[in-house]
Design a protein around this ligand. Structure first.
Ligand SMILES: [Zn+2]
Ligand SMILES: [Zn+2]
Ligand SMILES: [Zn+2]
Length: 149
């Protein structure tokens, strides 16, 4: 699906939920779908304002909150910096290298075993999607050998 189709799809969803479709909102969605990496709200605002200087930062932030309520986007904390946004339709988790800031996306099923063990041993339901798991990538790893499984 191309960017325009995805934008229209979300706008239809917005309308169905009683939201108004405005040109700033359209521009915000356009910017969101164009960012391939995980953008901060500030980066989304910069992309929108490059084309629509009249769109206020508060409009962008408020609309991102609306989109979160609609289940279109979610924010995630990758480290010490500001939260970043990604689309909510593809559940994944993030491994972040503390040395070089590299972000590795992993599918939800990669944590299935850990989730099951934590529930069994501690009756704790793990929800790792809101924060990244921190560590070091292969290039920055401290120990020469991976931990034994
Ligand atoms: Zn948060
Ligand atoms: Zn993500
Ligand atoms: Zn690294």
């Amino acid at each position: 699906m191309n960017t325009t189709d995805r934008v229209e799809e979300v706008l239809a969803q917005l309308r169905a939920n009683g939201g108004r479709v405005t040109s700033p909102r359209r521009a915000i969605l356009q910017a969101l779908f164009e960012h391939t990496e995980h953008p901060t709200a500030e980066q989304i605002t910069a992309t929108v304002q490059a084309r629509h200087p009249d769109v206020a930062e508060s409009t962008v932030y408020r609309f991102l909150d609306d989109l979160k309520r609609l289940g279109v986007v979610d924010h995630v904390h990758l480290g010490h910096g500001p939260a970043v946004y990604h689309l909510a339709d593809d559940t994944h988790h993030h491994l972040v290298c503390q040395t070089c800031d590299r972000v590795i996306e992993i599918p939800d099923r990669a944590l299935e075993e850990l989730r099951r063990q934590l529930w069994q041993a501690y009756e704790f339901e793990l929800e790792p999607q809101h924060f990244a798991l921190l560590g070091r990538c292969d290039a920055c790893a401290v120990s020469p050998h991976p931990p034994a499984s």
